[in-house]
Every structure is written in C-alpha cells, then in structure tokens.
Ligand binder design. Structure first.
Ligand SMILES: *Cc1c(COP(=O)(O)O)cnc(C)c1O
Length: 376
C-alpha cells in the first residue's frame, strides 16, 4: 500500500465485529482477566490499551519501522529515549534544536549524569571530532528548528561508530517527506503534537524503531514512568493521520508560495527555507527528502519590524507550536528559544529580527494579504 492509503486505512481495530470504520476509544484503565494467569492481552492502561495499539502500528508502518511507542508528548518521548542511557554516558546533539530538547539535555539529563556536546551535525568533521569513548547517542534534527539547517542522515550514520545510537527528530518533515530509519537512524522521534495531530488540539509523542530490543526497553521505561498517550488522544491521532498526506501537500505548496513572496519583500533580509539552500544542502535535501516541508524562518530589517508584524497579523496567529492546519507565526527569541543563553542564541542566528512561520492549509492569497498588511 502507498503512504497516503496507509494514512487512511492503516489503523484497524482487531476486536471489531460491528463494521465500525473507526477505532473506538477504549476508555478503560484496567482489563478483566478470563482466568488465573490468563490475559486478554490487555492488563492495565499504562502498559497497553486497544486504542493505542492500532495507532502505534500505524505510525510504525508510516515510518517504515517495526515498532512505535505513543507517548503523552514529544518531550516524554525524548525523556524515555534518554533513559536508555546510563550515568556518565555522553550525547552529541545538533547545535540548533527545539528549545525544549535543549532544556531537557541541559537541566535534567545533566543531573542524571549525562553529558551533552552540541555541534553542527551537518558538518561531518565536527560530528566526528565530538565522538568520545563514552559517546552512546547522537541526536539530530534535520531540518533544524528554527534555522532549517540540514544534516545528511546517511553520512552522519557512516561517520559515527556503530555503538552510537542515531536518533532523528522527524517532527518537521514527518514520514511523508523523510524516513530516517531507511537512511540508517536507529530511533525516530516525533512531537506528535505537530503535524501528526495537525490541529493544534492535543499533545502527543512517538518513538519509532526497527530494533526490537530497543523497543522492549522503551516499553519498559514507558510503563514504569507512566508516559504513554491516553486513549482519547490516541483516537484524535488516528483521525488526524488520515489526512496527513493531504495536509502536508497543501501546507508545503502554500509554504513555497509564501517563501517566494517573502524573498521579494523589501523588509525581508534573509530566508531560511529548503528552496533557498546552498547547493550542497540542496543536494542532500534532494536525496533524503521528498518535499520541502512547510516551515519558514526569515529575518526582517529590524526588531521593530518583527514586533510590529507579530502585533499586526490578523489571520495568522501569533502563537508557539507548528504543524497545524492554522498558520502560526512565532518569535523564537522570546518563545521557543527564550531559555537559550543569549550568546549561544545569537551565534546560531536566533536574533530579535528572526520570525518563524508554520504554514497551514488556508488559501495562500489570504496568507499573503495578511503578511503584506503585517510587514508593509
Ligand atoms: C514541539 C517539539 C518537540 C516537543 O514536543 P511536545 O509534543 O511539545 O512535547 C520536540 N521536537 C520538536 C522539533 C518540536 O517541534
């Protein structure tokens, strides 16, 4: 079956003999046993639930993986992934990352005895140089948030010793445009809150893998700390994923229109979006992705222009988050990346003139009219 068909038909309730088209919400915390030492396959919701199972199988098949685990949020998924490591282990992470991931690495993982080195993972020499004897994991965002930098996943895998787990946060492109497991990643991470849920109405997270041993460890962690996604949210995710391919195609087409328009606007000084990559990044993008995605970062001429635009937008919403049907505009320096030390933030290019758009599925003419009003 093709990807868009799997999106629509990939989640089936194996217990259904009613003909219902949807997976029901099994809103049950516990499950009765048919006899002593017997189980229906379900015991307690922290371990498994019949609404969560079809969702996990669906996400696994979309990523081309063998197992997926659904978590209560992207951060819960990342936290479980870090729990695979031991005290004293070392982690390499992309230098330009979702701010919440940096907060987890710096504030909490350090307390558990994990050390993190941030490098431009797109620079293979820098990546190789960051490897230490105790390095156990490399964590990559591609494209990065918010600077849209790209890492060649296959080349990164080849540059790292085999013992190092390669984790790719695939939130920005989703398996519709990029399948990291097929490029050598060991684990794929998602904030399902974004494109997979797609309607800015719920939190969710996923880890997907081909490695059954890692999947077992993650299931143990998830049931032990109590991080899985609740049945109702699983239902929302199954429903949303039916239109994943449609939403992403429309958002990406819109984003290309908006990016071209921004590139010609006199107040826009720089634009960070795959269609405007340098030649080397274009080549990598062409090899490892099947689309440009719908995230655009851009720098305007002054801080005043940036702030005015945030206050003037009418249709576009000034809000954190991304990946929903509504177009959102974000101010990374005050929102997603406010916790980064200033010097590091500025060195990455996340200055007071930088804005980030998550393009939704509205009519592009209305988006352009709103941006014109906000920027002129
Ligand atoms: C939002 C986001 C996260 C965190 O996910 P939550 O669902 O908000 O916990 C992680 N990585 C990226 C790239 C994100 O955009």
């Amino acid at each position: 079956m093709n990807f868009d068909t799997v999106c629509v038909h990939g989640a089936k309730d194996p217990h259904n003999n009613t003909g219902a088209l949807t997976v029901p919400i099994y809103q049950s915390a516990t499950f009765a046993h048919p006899g002593v030492g017997q189980s229906t396959g379900y015991d307690y919701v922290r371990t498994q639930n019949p609404t969560r199972e079809p969702l996990e199988r669906l996400v696994a098949s979309l990523e081309g993986g063998r197992e997926a685990l659904a978590f209560a949020s992207g951060m819960a998924a990342l936290d479980a992934t870090l729990t695979l490591l031991d005290q004293g282990d070392h982690l390499i992470a992309s230098d330009d990352l979702y701010g919440g991931s940096v907060r987890l690495f710096d504030a909490l993982a350090r307390r558990a005895g994990l050390k993190t080195t941030y490098v431009d993972t797109g620079d293979l020499t820098a990546l190789r140089a960051a490897v230490r004897p105790e390095t156990r994991m490399a964590f990559i965002e591609t494209p990065t948030n918010p600077m849209m930098k790209i890492t060649d996943i296959q080349a990164a895998r080849a540059a790292l010793p085999e013992r190092i787990l390669l984790v790719v946060d695939n939130t920005f492109l989703t398996p519709h445009f990029q399948k990291p497991l097929t490029l050598g990643a060991d684990l794929v991470l998602h904030s399902g809150t974004k494109y997979l849920a797609g309607h800015n109405d719920t939190l969710a997270g996923f880890v997907v893998t081909d490695n059954l041993e890692l999947a077992d460890k993650l299931r143990f962690i998830s049931k032990t700390v109590g991080a899985p996604l609740a049945p109702f949210d699983c239902f929302l995710l199954i429903r949303s994923i039916k239109t994943l391919a449609l939403r992403l195609e429309k958002s990406a087409t819109n984003a290309l229109t908006v990016a071209k328009w921004l590139a010609n606007h006199h107040r826009v000084k720089k634009i960070f979006y795959p269609a405007f990559y340098d030649q080397k990044s274009q080549e990598i993008a062409q090899r490892q992705t099947t689309g440009l995605g719908a995230m655009i970062s851009f720098e305007v001429d002054s801080e005043a222009t940036a702030k005015r635009a945030l206050e003037k937008v009418k249709l576009i919403l000034y809000a954190e988050s991304l990946g929903g049907v509504e177009t959102l505009i974000t101010y990374p320096c005050l929102q997603t990346h406010a916790d980064l030390p200033e010097a590091r933030r500025l060195a990455l290019g996340i200055n007071e003139r930088l804005l980030r758009l998550s393009i939704g599925v509205e009519n592009p003419e209305d988006l352009l009219a709103d941006l014109k009003w906000a920027l002129d």
